[in-house]
Design a protein around this ligand. Sequence first.
Ligand code: AMP
Length: 214
Amino acid sequence: MGKGTQAQLLHQRLGACHLSTGDVFRAAASRTDCVLTPAMAAALEYMRRGALVPDATVWEMVRERSGCLRCQGGFVLDGFPRTLSQAESLNRVMQEEKLSLSAVVNYELPLAEIISRLSGRRVCKKCKSVFHVAHQPPKVEGVCDHCGGQLYQREDDRPESITVRMEAYERNTAPLIEFYQRLGLLLPVAATGSPEEICARTVAALEQRSQSAK
Ligand code: AMP
């Protein structure tokens, strides 16, 4: 259970628009009725390997959905930005649109726990519910408790892809911690416990921040 689950819970609790760049790529990968642009086909190949999709492709996709940034209930960006260049592009658009970020939540978890969560994750093909082979197993192995759909392992949750993802994180995404710390936006939250506990912790941290900003 990771940031996607938290973004979904925050979307439900706060009524904020949820924009997940990873979900957009996965939706494109699972569509059989459309011809992918060369950029999108290349993007999906990067994703399968666990590598980051090039900034230009990600940015084009976010721009197409920039209406989300003007959502009445606010917005939760999930998995974006992941590089300094993406963060700078986002800053530029936010300034143009006279918008601002309230906080950048950094979920903290020991590396061994991250690897265990990713490698044991199983997702329902039909309803996208998430399970874990050890921490949240389905009643019947390989079958979704909610809709009976087949569970599968995401290609990028395989060991060789996880290694690539960890390297991409260290090289490209970790520098964003300092970037957002300097802007006074970083909000570290411990990602231990149940999804509901983590969500409650996140909401409390966000509320505390908005109180102290007044
Ligand atoms: P996620 O579901 O956020 O873990 O994203 C799954 C995969 O989609 C990542 O491992 C990348 O290959 C790709 N992806 C998602 N968001 C981005 C982004 N902001 N920049 C580059 N690649 C991304």
